[in-house]
Design a protein around this ligand. Sequence first.
Ligand code: SF4
Ligand code: SF4
Ligand code: FES
Length: 236
Amino acid sequence: MFCEDCRVKTPEDQEVPKVGVEILGRTFQVPAGITAVDALWLTGHALERGVGCLGGVCGACTMLYTTPGSPNFNVGLGCRTVITEGMSFFPFPQRGRSRYRYDLSEVKDPAGELLDHFDRADKCRHCHGCTNVCPQKIQVEEAIELAGKGEFEKAGEMFLPCVMCGACLAECPEEMEPNHILLYARRGFAARLAPPPQELERMAREIREGRFAAAMESLIALSDEDLRALCEEGRG
Ligand code: SF4
Ligand code: SF4
Ligand code: FES
């Protein structure tokens, strides 16, 4: 059968091999090579949450899955995890918000104040849970240790690929909220510890001092037509 609109074969009819998967306790046959999110949709699971960008960026689609022959649970992003024969999976349960709050504009010494804002940041028992569970393969435990030593720049850099999926937060037996500690380290470094962006500061100073005021006034005074012509000239 073909789709009436585009004359492309619908996924059900393409002659692709099928794999058997278990979703929320029910078994289905779905085309091989698709992602877990696609499999959920194809099998009629309307996701009202737990899906967003479909590109591995937003971290909304965390899921738990097992594969045949392995006793372990795995964590992956549903939009990036290609399903395989015998996989069993379900979307990650809804998570609450972080219980930690801080106002970055009032943080003067981010590293020195770490325990003021995250009172369990020194409770790591080195269980490797956060690192094992991270779908982005971040060495979360190591980054947490660096943050604890005040090495916010290194910790923040390690944290760059994080999509805030919340898996490490759910996994941590000490309820440390590793992802939020590392986000704080990154923010704190950028706000207080990184050297100021000199070029940006120079441009902001020049704007404040009125260097572009006359040019801006003359642009504002232009008619739409003249403005368009000027833009075209600029493009050429
Ligand atoms: S560091 Fe934590 S929140 Fe970030 S991607 Fe890894 S598991 Fe998810
Ligand atoms: S899950 Fe928590 S306790 Fe375990 S290594 Fe990570 S931060 Fe430490
Ligand atoms: S939907 Fe955004 S990471 Fe999967």
